[in-house]
Design a protein around this ligand. Structure first.
Ligand code: SF4
Length: 382
């Protein structure tokens, strides 16, 4: 099954920490929707017959800036060109300031059954620091509005490690999310990315980044807090009540095929030496211009070697609670970690970073989750 990702490259204003591709100047969405549908049709001619669609994820940018008619046109184009009869989950990212009961009802009418809401914080000063548009009141009411509109499958994003954030805010954010009974929470430690307004402020000494140790403490606190309240920590950044794991993201973590449409979207496909990946150009005008000429808007394409795929698979699987299945690693990628990394595995277990291996599967401990990247680096075969 294929996962489909649609990138909607519009935002009303720039959040200080964000390095995603978007524009804030669009006066009309029509040329983009036209181009996006053209890209879907172009790719469908090569890929639609090979694998049915399992999940659809509409992200961005801010997809909720699109009118439901535009979203309907995109979904109709997917249905016309790909086999979408087996779709298990259709998600859209929305921002709290955009969603009215009418808008939510329209999304339901389009067959969208999961919302990912960019709340980030329930506190006014945090939201101002991040230059979010919505206010604390909207952050608190949007989950109820979503539920009233019939969305049972709701995820919210929250960010920890904000400079100058009072220490009690993070636990309060988690408490509010819990009291709203949100079934899925994605938590992200703030990263200071190059080229962002936040990075600029840090470089000018106006803002001080939160020390690594404090970030780790907040992450450990999050794991314990949410676990005690019935959330399963099923991936480093993802917590779900039973039955609410994200199906689409599971495709990424399982190395399944996915196709990305829209500027800057990425794709991955098995079947060519042994797999290939490509990224679309990060320029809306050029993206639209190429598609008016029926040219694929690809910036970079690479064939991925089996060794690189093995490295990536180890990295992806260690992030998950299901863990890294060593037998699968050997049969799919030809890597025998039990032989090649026997000493490292023993040392990681003794040091408390991985659990004792059961059913040929390596899983991180809570301590290991705080240093996931360095544990991964120690197990990479290269
Ligand atoms: S709304 Fe989302 S994509 Fe847009 S600037 Fe903010 S974080 Fe980035």
């Amino acid at each position: 099954m294929t996962g489909i990702y649609i990138h909607i490259p519009f935002c009303a204003q720039r959040c200080t920490y964000c390095d995603f591709y978007f524009v804030t100047t669009a006066t009309s969405h029509a040329p983009f929707v036209e181009a996006l549908c053209a890209e879907i049709r172009l790719r469908a001619s090569a890929y639609a017959s090979r694998d049915p669609v399992g999940t659809i994820y509409i992200g961005g940018g801010t997809p909720s800036l699109l009118h439901p008619e535009d979203l309907g046109r995109i979904i109709a184009t997917l249905n016309d060109t790909f086999d979408c009869t087996h779709v298990q989950e259709t998600t859209i990212e929305v921002n709290p300031e955009d969603v009215t009961p009418t808008y939510l009802a329209a999304l339901r009418g389009l067959g969208i059954d999961r919302l990912s809401i960019g709340i980030q914080s329930f506190f006014e000063d945090d939201l101002r620091f991040m230059n979010r548009i919505h206010d604390a009141k909207q952050a608190r009411s949007v989950v109820t509005s979503a539920r009233d509109a019939g969305f049972d499958n709701v995820s919210i994003d929250l960010i920890f490690g904000l400079p100058e954030q009072p220490p009690e805010y993070w636990s309060a954010n988690l408490e509010i999310a819990g009291s709203l009974d949100v079934p899925h929470i994605s938590t992200y430690g703030l990263t200071i990315e190059d080229g962002t307004p936040l990075k600029n402020k840090v470089q000018r000494g106006l803002v001080e980044a939160v020390p690594e140790e404090d970030m780790s403490d907040q992450f450990r606190f999050t794991i314990d807090y949410l676990r005690e309240r019935g959330y399963e920590h099923y991936e480093i950044s993802s917590f779900a009540k039973p039955g609410h794991r994200a199906v689409h993201n599971h495709r990424y973590w399982s190395h399944a095929n996915y196709l990305g449409f829209g500027p800057s979207a990425h794709s991955f496909w098995w079947g060519a030496l042994p797999a290939s990946r490509w990224a679309n150009i990060r320029n809306l005008r050029r993206y639209q211009a190429l598609l008016t000429q029926h040219v694929a808007p690809v910036d970079e394409k690479e064939h991925v070697s089996i060794d690189a795929l093995a490295d990536e698979y180890i990295m992806l699987r260690l992030r998950t609670a299901d863990g890294l299945d060593l037998e699968e690693l050997e049969s799919r990628y030809g890597v025998d970690l039990l032989t090649d990394r026997v000493d490292e595995l023993a040392d990681l277990e003794t040091s408390g970073f991985i659990q004792p291996i059961r059913n040929h599967t390596v899983r991180l401990t809570d301590l290991g989750k705080t240093v996931c990247d360095s544990v991964t680096a120690r197990l990479l075969p290269g």
